[in-house]
Design a protein around this ligand. Structure first.
Ligand code: BGC
Length: 842
């Protein structure tokens, strides 16, 4: 398949022509012959299938069996069912198989902040799983970057639940549009590797317990899983750790109550490999399939439990239906390719991978336009650091030897063995050949004799010095500290002490401490190359020489002090999420801590201006923008009553203009502050769009807020609630208040429903349009009964303001005087009086 976007190869010019991805089509990967059914149809087919199985067959299906895949579900030959293959990883077909594309890591795709690219990467990954006949992909991975040291941060989408949710949503869509089942993992709170499967008291089989409150669970950690379910995910993988003292894979609260009941998840829960600790209790707690099945806890082991009544056959049927429904949902029963893990399914995905690799690179510092290089006048380049080059051993088949050499992914089961790898040094040497540049390099970063010698090389004095540093981590291995590996800081400082134009390229799995050299005035530029996949070399060269204008943005905060993050992995077997919802930028904001670089930050070679912010209720046609950049928050295939919740209630429209001389992109970010009752951080990300603009071009952007986006989790009422009062909308280019470009605090909501009429008091209020004398008053003319009967919602924008609110129904008479209808039902609580501006009472 040819991509309809600009291929970034060889379009070079000495006067810097910038390329962006505005012409990428939205969903080029849709395979038209994939049969998708509704969940209801799929469940009906799965039910019909289950009725033809014996109890033995059904029990057997609840545990994996041996096979070539990471996990395998038993075939049922008499029903013409060949079994199901489950295979890693979130970034491509993994587990060491041949001929896969090693796609950019999760943390890198997130850094593009580009939903089109989220989708396209997932769709290309789906094509490869499908091309090899794999039924379930073991991804996406959406654990939140709570701990900067977590070894698996690179597989996920960063520190913010909204951003992670958007990534998860488009991943599931893209993958499942290819007919491959997505597995949202690791459910839930698997935010560290240390002690993930060991407990000193209970033996080697139990992991640490993540202990957290209900609000934090809903608003931070459950959020991306909810987005996956909304997108129709067929599977969820429960994690190794415990949650609030109970093993995740037998945790009734998180599996049955939160996932299956509250989120209405209709697919299956599979255990992480070896995360099942008991059989019957897990099945009752919500686990549907034990993987890889070697522990003998489920499968046939459930047979006696059914016979002795400890588990009902109905629950076994439910497990089978859940295991098979995704298979029918995505039409895997019809002409699905047969399993061949080493089949070459890579197509021309390297093109997309190169594009995304480039789009996710972040420019952090660029003093006096050090970058992009001008090849007419800047001819001499000295290159340093083992991270510029490849591993000594060539391509590592397991991803576990990443301590040296350029990194394209991290290690562990998330790693995909690439077919090739273009390291930065190779790409720079090629560039030098083609454009007559002079290069010297030292990649042995312990060889300070050679390094010092090179710094005295007279031909290169006054030239550019590129220092490549990295930090690696893996599943099973948290990092020990946040410094660059292999004395990277010493290397930077050594070079910067002698070279007046030192450019540092940071190739890191997640947060890194940059303090040892970031303020050195000789460090004139810093590029965060992230984990850009096997086209790393091509991508970084495009950025450095201006063939691509950087537009990636940080997906976590980079702190000045490691302790500033306020969270860390624990060695105590109890990981207490005491920070609550105050994670990453929310924590820095609350405590007024200035980080080195803010969440959402990233520079460009051009500049942008913002104007004309407007908030309107969705449905007010005059306010609906024609923008191509309307945020797409479409509903799921079928998730019953939850659809309403994802519908847009407000649209936020503004104009962005590229006021520089070159094409480029910006990511306007919508941060929202909530009324006080929501007890939220000062601001929360609730929208973004990567907007590509030619030099001088303007575009109108429309972001939408769904009902869920403006709600908070009310722990008393156990539901999402729109807070009453004033919201502030900020459009910013990072979480730094100094980067706020537009502000509007005219969004008020007032929400009455049966839960909000505390103490059964009568709730009455009136609205008057600004500059109008007409009041639209609304009152309840009868006392609230038990159960309460008021169930109305009113929300409004700056066109209205609240005029009255009290324990009676007031209205304006013909003489514009306030009158009461005399209905008084007792004083309202302070809570309501405060929320509703009682000082405006007449
Ligand atoms: C990992 C999972 C992975 C599974 C199968 C586990 O160790 O935590 O992410 O999918 O192995 O390889």
């Amino acid at each position: 398949m040819m991509y309809d976007y600009i291929v970034l190869i060889g379009i070079l010019s000495t006067c810097f022509s910038f390329t962006n991805s505005a012409s990428i089509p939205t969903q080029p990967y849709k395979i038209t012959n994939v049969v998708t059914r509704s969940w209801d149809e799929a469940i009906a087919l799965a039910k019909g299938f289950a009725t033809q199985m014996t109890l033995e067959e059904k029990c057997n299906m609840t545990a994996g069996v041996g096979g070539h895949c990471a996990g395998f579900v038993s075939p049922v030959p008499h029903l013409n069912f060949g079994g199901l293959c489950f295979q890693d990883s979130p970034s491509g077909v993994g587990d060491g198989v041949q001929f896969s594309t090693a796609f950019v890591a999760g943390i890198h795709i997130a850094a593009t902040w580009d939903r089109d690219l989220f989708y396209q990467r997932a769709a290309a990954i789906g094509q490869e799983f499908r091309g090899k006949g794999v039924h379930f992909a073991l991804g996406p991975m959406m654990n939140i970057d709570r701990n900067a040291l977590h070894g698996r941060n690179w597989e996920g989408f960063g520190a913010d639940p909204y951003l992670s949710g958007e990534n998860s949503y488009y991943y599931v869509k893209g993958l499942q549009d290819q007919g491959v089942v997505a597995t949202a993992k690791h459910y839930i709170c698997n935010e560290q590797e240390s002690n993930r499967t060991y407990h000193p008291k209970t033996g080697p089989s139990q992991g640490y317990s993540a202990n957290l409150d209900d609000k934090t669970m809903h608003e931070i950690y459950l959020w991306p899983f909810a987005a996956s379910v909304a997108a129709g995910a067929g599977s969820v993988m429960c994690s190794y750790n415990q949650v609030n003292g109970t093993q995740a894979c037998q945790n009734n609260k998180i599996l049955n109550e939160l996932l299956k009941d509250e989120l209405q998840f209709q697919g299956n829960v599979m255990s992480d490999w070896g995360a099942t600790k008991v059989g019957v209790e897990s099945a009752l707690g919500g686990l549907d399939i034990e993987m890889p099945g070697r522990d003998g806890l489920m499968g046939y082991a459930l047979l006696p439990a059914v016979k002795n009544g400890s588990i009902t056959e109905a629950r076994i049927n439910d497990m089978i239906i859940r295991i098979l429904a995704p298979y029918f949902l995505l039409g895997q029963d019809q002409d699905y390719p047969s399993l061949n893990l080493n089949n070459d399914a890579t197509r021309d995905h390297y093109l997309l991978n190169r594009h995304i690799g480039t789009a996710g690179i972040i420019l952090l510092k660029n003093i006096d336009n050090t970058l992009p290089f001008n090849m007419n006048t800047e001819k001499f380049y000295s290159i340093y650091g083992s991270a510029a080059s490849r591993y000594n051993d060539g391509v590592d088949p397991h991803g576990l030897d990443g301590l040296d050499g350029a990194l394209y992914q991290g290690g562990g089961s998330g790693y995909v063995r690439p077919t090739y790898f273009i390291d930065p040094l190779t790409a720079l040497l090629t560039k030098a050949r083609d454009f007559h540049l002079q290069i010297q390099y030292v990649v042995d970063q312990d060889d300070y004799v050679a390094i010092n010698y090179s710094l005295e090389n007279s031909g290169f004095l006054g030239g550019k010095c590129l220092v490549f540093i990295n930090a690696w981590s893996s599943e099973g291995r948290d990092r020990h500290n946040l410094f660059a590996y292999h004395n990277g800081d010493k290397l930077v400082n050594t070079i910067a002490a002698r070279c007046a134009s030192t450019i540092v390229i940071v190739n890191s799995v997640s947060q890194l401490n940059l303090e040892a050299w970031i303020e050195n005035s000789n460090v004139t530029a810093v590029v965060w190359s992230g984990l850009p996949g096997p086209e790393y070399g091509s991508a970084i060269v495009d950025i450095l020489f201006g063939n691509y204008n950087p537009g990636g943005k940080l997906v976590f905060t980079i702190a000045k002090n490691d302790s500033d993050y306020g969270t860390n992995i624990t060695e105590t077997y109890n990981s207490n999420y005491t920070e609550g919802v105050f994670l990453d930028y929310r924590h820095f904001d609350k405590n007024n801590i200035i980080p080195r670089y803010y969440f959402g930050y990233g520079l460009s070679y051009t500049t942008f201006s913002f104007s004309a912010l407007m908030i309107s209720k969705v449905g007010q046609e005059n306010h609906i923008s024609q923008s191509l950049y309307r945020q797409r928050r479409v509903s799921s295939y079928s998730n019953k009553a939850l659809l309403r919740f994802y519908e847009s209630v407000y649209s936020i429209t503004f104009t962005i203009t590229n006021i520089g001389n070159v094409d480029g992109s910006e990511v306007p970010q919508l941060y929202l502050s909530f009324p006080e009752e929501a007890a939220e951080p000062p601001k929360i990300l609730r929208g973004f769009e990567r907007v590509y603009l030619e030099a001088g071009e303007s575009k109108t952007v429309t972001l939408v807020l769904t009902e869920r986006d403006i709600s908070y989790w009310n722990t008393v009422n156990q539901k999402w609630i729109i807070a009453s009062g004033k919201y502030t909308v900020w459009i910013a280019t990072s979480a730094n208040n100094a980067d706020i470009k537009l502000e509007d605090d005219s969004l008020y909501t007032y929400f009455i429903d049966n839960q909000r009429t505390i103490n059964h008091q009568l709730v009455i209020f009136g609205l008057r349009e600004l500059n109008s004398t007409e009041t639209k008053y609304i009152c309840s003319n009868q006392p609230i009964t038990d159960p309460p009967i008021i169930d109305k919602r009113f929300d409004f924008t700056s066109n209205y303001k609240i005029l009255i609110y009290t324990s009676g129904c007031y209205y304006l008479d013909a003489n514009n005087h306030w009158q009461s209808n005399g209905l008084v039902v007792g004083p309202l609580t302070n809570h309501y009086q405060t929320q509703c501006y009682s000082n405006q009472l007449k």
